[in-house]
Design a protein around this ligand. Structure first.
Ligand SMILES: [Cu+2]
Length: 67
């Protein structure tokens, strides 16, 4: 499980776009978006953290893993 900082995620539309983008790239992943903290938690992903960051970037959101 990895948590990503996604500063530009600010509303339900953003979280829906992000959830859909990750779902399209990795159908088995579970995605939880927290609008209050601007974080996205991805569990059960087959993709690497780097690939998930690239997926979020392609969807229009800069992201970085939280360590
Ligand atoms: Cu939004």
């Amino acid at each position: 499980m990895t948590q990503f900082d996604v500063p530009e995620m600010s509303c339900g539309h953003c979280s829906a776009t992000i959830t859909k983008a990750i779902g399209a790239a990795d159908a088995g992943a579970s995605v939880e978006c927290n609008l209050a903290t601007h974080t996205v938690t991805v569990a059960k992903a087959l993709l690497s953290d780097e690939a998930l960051v690239a997926t979020l970037k392609a969807a229009g959101y800069a992201a970085s893993p939280v360590r």
